[in-house]
Each structure stands twice: as C-alpha cells, then as structure tokens.
Design a protein around this ligand. Structure first.
Ligand code: XMP
Length: 516
C-alpha cells in the first residue's frame, strides 16, 4: 500500500480482555487496525493515517480517581469515535455527561431495541437483536449533543451518538455472542469512518517485499527455520524478497515427529530452492536431557542447547546483518501493553525465535503486525503447501514435553509411532484443521494388560485433542467415539510396548494443553 492509500482504525486499549479481539474483527473487515495503550502520543500513530478511533472496554470505573482517560487527540482530531462499554462511559464523562454505578452488574445476553433504526451505524441490523453485556456502570445523563439510539431492558442508553460521528455502545460488538456485532463494526468502519477496505494479504505481501528489500539492502539475513507456520512464512517471504541473501538454519533436536525433518527440508530446500543449513544435533540434545525429569529443566536444557548450536552455525557464515524472527502481533501487544490483561506465564516458553540478547544482529520481523490467521493467508498467498500453512502448533521443546519423565530414544520411538497414528487418523477423519492441536503423550504409567494368552505390562498412551482460538484457553475436543476407537485399536496393535490408551477430557484451565 502506498502512503496515500494507507488507512487504519486505532483501538485505544483500556485493558479489556476483548481489546485484541476488536482489532481482529476490524481487520477481518479488511481495514487495518492497531491496538495502542491509552497513553500513546499522537506522533506514534499519525503514520497510520487513522480514520477513526475505538475506545475499548476495561476493568476500571470512570469515577475512580486514577481511571485511565482517552488522550486529547481522540476528540480534537474530529475523527469518528466509538466507545465500547468502559470506552462509552469514558467519553460520556470526558464530554460532560454523567455515569453512575448500576445496582446490579449486568452480565450476559440481553436484547437490543433500536430506537433510531435509520442511524448509519445500524445499516442492515434488525430492530431487535441479542447483544452481550458486561458492565457495572451506566449512562445516567448523556453529554450535550448526544441522543439515545438504542436501549435494552436495563440500559435506557445502550447506544448513543452525536452528529460528529461519536458513538457509545454499552455492549460488546466484538464478541461472537453479539451476532450482529460485526455488522455494527463494519458500519462504523465503512459508513462512518469512510474506510475503503484495502487491507488484504495480497497488498501486505507486495508491501512487505518492497520494505524487506529496502531494509536489508545488500545485507545478509539468517533465520531459524522450525517448520512451523510462522517461521516458514517468514522464511518464504524474505526469500521471495532477497533470494540467496537469506540463509536458514534448521536444527534437528531429536525431538521432532516422524518424517518431520525430511518433509520440511523437501519443501524448503527442494521445492522452494532456499539456502538451508541442516544440523542434526539429536545426540547433543538427547545427551543433555539424560536423567532429567522436571519439565522446566527440560525446557531450559533444550533452549540452551538450541542457542549453542544456532550460534555455532551462524558464526561459520561470516558477517550476518539481520536475524529474521516470526514475531506476531499478539506477542508485540503482550510485551508492550501496560494495561492489557496479559495472561500469566505458567510455563517458560522456549520458542525457536527466542535468541540470546548479546547477538549483534538487527531484527527483521516482517509478521510483527499480523494475527495468526493472517499469517496463514500470507502463506497461501505465497504458494506454500496446505500441509505447511495449516500445520497445528508444535512446541519448541517438541516431544520432550510429551514424554513424561525421562526422555530416552526408546521412549521417543514409542511416542513417535503413536503420534503418527493419531495425526493420520485425525487427518483421515478431516478433523485436523478444526482442532487447535491433537497429539499423543507417552505417560510414565505402566499398566497390566492381556494379549492372546499372555499378560503384558506396558506403557499408557494418552491422547489430547483440543479446540482453541489462541491457546490461552482450550476445550477438549468431542472426538467421535469411532475415531477414538480406531486410534486406540491401531496404537495397541501397531505400537510395541503399549497396551492401554486413554483420552484426556480436561479443558484449559484448569489443565494446560501440553502435559508438561
Ligand atoms: P500450554 O501447555 O501452556 O500450551 O497450554 C499453550 C500453547 O503453547 C505451546 N507450548 C509451547 N510452545 N515452547 C513452545 O514453543 C514451549 O515450551 C511450549 N509449551 C507449550 C503448546 O503446544 C500450546 O500450543
């Protein structure tokens, strides 16, 4: 996109758990959207050419003394504004209205009745429809110049607006529980802010190719290729821009799944013609893991080994200017947002991108502003095979955190065979894409079984399959019984030393997706 065409909606974040979701929804409407903290100065966002602002919800109450405020430019620039929940209460207060606590917190579904169905915000909306509420304060008196556009049973002012394109919504249009929420957001973006909708992945790719060429010049770039979606898309995009100035380092840590290394190499080296250094460091990793049973220690050992191997290989290349990383927008937000409810980090996540701070490369992060689903679209745009684009996430420490207790070559082989069956059966049942992750775990439980006339004492394999949007929460997948039966039969018949299979029926929280 050239500078002239650039357009964006900026979400000012007051810490709602849904803030990032607002940005996603707007982007799904093909309008670029960024989330910024409420204390972000205008100079930091002017380059986006904002066409409007959305004030997010948040946990505060506007009448608390230190309640976060919307920056002055939100009102001074005469651009459209939509305040959602806390955002609505905030603009009420800042523009001279009155907000009061409600006797009883309103939470959940309620019916929105339009009192002004002709408002452009309500284009293609029925006069009554369900919306999702979650608030403890409400508008007692609207600011001067505003009128009520819709109401609910408990909120006489569920939507308000003025003639300058400033709107307040007491409910959350960004959540799926508000079925016409996307229509409202679309009306705001297109009819009120006048956006054109030029945020497409085709535009993104063209734009990125030019930017990468300009940023890298004649420099050299290295990338840690893991075969996961993010690192694969980063590598392909950069390769498309600068060809052989990119070298990828692919470390086999001995903790990959069956055929994983071979398949990744075939795609990138053979099919895409990339410069790839393949290092089989399995022995090193497995030796380091010898005798270790604690999950966090496993992660640390694997992370340390990875950095060593990567540094060793990188230093053989001579002068390298840039390190490419598959950082995505949610990571950026999590590390910059002061108010966002970043989830507690329960496990130290070792990502192949997490490299030492004393490395002197400049960072090249072309996916820094993308959501995961956008990364997949970019992958498709670049012609990556479906197998790569739709790959389920796989943790950096690999099978080490799915082998409970000590990790040995023998146990890894058992797990690989079981995992292979799970993956193939899930794919055959055409469920692979709809599951966030599906895999096998080798527990350190042994149990008694009987096979033919013999008593066995073998391993217990657990199957985990979950649905999720972002891995922060997950639900166990209701896999069909006959699929579970096939997986179980095949595992006990085809994988030696396994005589029992169980299915994990816990959600996250209270469990996690991985077992370690
Ligand atoms: P949990 O188990 O915390 O996992 O619910 C959430 C998501 O993160 C992945 N995961 C990891 N990824 N290094 C990674 O690169 C790790 O150490 C790690 N631990 C968990 C997990 O597969 C899931 O997608």
């Amino acid at each position: 996109m050239s500078g002239a065409e650039r357009e964006a909606i900026v979400v000012i974040d007051f810490g709602s758990q849904y803030s990032l979701l607002i940005a996603r929804r707007i982007r799904e409407l093909q309008v670029y959207c960024e989330l910024v903290t409420h204390d972000t100065p205008w100079e930091k966002i002017a380059h986006l050419n904002p066409k409007g602002f959305i004030l997010s919800g948040g946990p505060a109450s506007v009448y608390e003394t230190d309640a976060p405020l919307a920056p002055a430019y939100v009102y001074e620039n005469h651009l459209p504004v939509m305040g959602i929940c806390y955002g609505m209460q905030l603009l009420t207060k800042q523009l001279g209205g009155i907000v009061e606590p409600v006797a009883e917190r309103e939470y959940g579904h309620t019916i929105l009745q339009l009192s002004d169905p002709d408002s452009p915000l309500f284009n293609e909306l029925p006069v009554s429809s369900p919306v999702w509420m979650s608030h403890g304060d409400r508008i007692e008196e609207m600011p001067p110049g505003f009128r009520a556009l819709a109401y609910t049973e408990n909120s006489p002012v569920a939507v308000m607006g003025n003639d300058s394109g400033i709107f307040g919504l007491q409910f959350h249009p960004e959540v799926v529980h508000t079925p016409y929420g996307t229509t409202i957001l679309k009306n705001f973006a297109y009819k009120i802010c006048g956006c054109q909708g030029n945020w497409t992945m085709g535009n993104f790719v063209n734009d990125s190719l030019a930017r990468i060429k300009e940023q890298v010049g004649n420099g050299r770039v290295i990338n840690a290729l893991s075969g996961g979606v993010d690192s694969s898309v980063v590598a392909t995009l950069i390769h498309r821009a600068i060809g052989d100035q990119l070298t990828c380092i692919f470390v086999n840590n001995g903790l990959l799944r069956r055929e994983e290394a071979e398949r990744t190499l075939t795609i990138f080296r053979k099919n895409l013609g990339m410069n790839i250094i393949y290092v089989d460091a399995s022995d090193r990793f497995l030796n380091s893991l010898n005798g270790i049973t604690d999950p966090e220690t496993k992660r640390k050992v694997i992370g340390k080994d990875f950095i060593h191997v990567f540094e060793e290989e990188a230093s053989k290349l001579g002068k390298v200017d840039f390190l490419a990383q598959g950082t995505l927008y949610p990571d950026v937000i999590e590390s910059t947002s002061s108010v966002s409810t970043a989830s507690a980090k329960i496990k130290t996540h070792h990502n192949v991108g997490g490299l030492p701070s004393d490395m002197t490369f400049k960072l090249l992060e072309p996916l820094r502003y993308l959501f995961k689903d956008e990364v997949r679209q970019v992958g498709l745009e670049l012609g990556l095979p479906d197998e790569m684009v739709w790959r389920q996430p796989f943790p950096g420490p690999g099978l080490a955190i799915r082998t409970i207790g000590e990790v040995t070559r023998d146990k890894l082989e058992v797990l690989r065979s079981a995992d292979w069956i799970v993956m193939n059966e899930i794919k055959k049942a055409k469920m692979y894409r709809q599951l966030w992750q599906s895999f096998a775990i080798l527990t350190d439980v042994k149990s008694v079984g009987v096979m033919g006339d013999f008593r066995t004492y073998g391993y217990l394999i657990a199957i985990r399959a979950v649905t999720s949007n972002d891995a922060m929460t997950a639900d166990w997948a209701r896999l069909p019984y006959d699929l579970l039966a096939r997986i179980s039969n095949r595992i006990v018949n085809e994988v030696p030393k396994v005589n029992r299979v169980v299915y994990d029926i816990t959600s996250k929280p209270p469990s996690t997706i991985e077992w370690e």
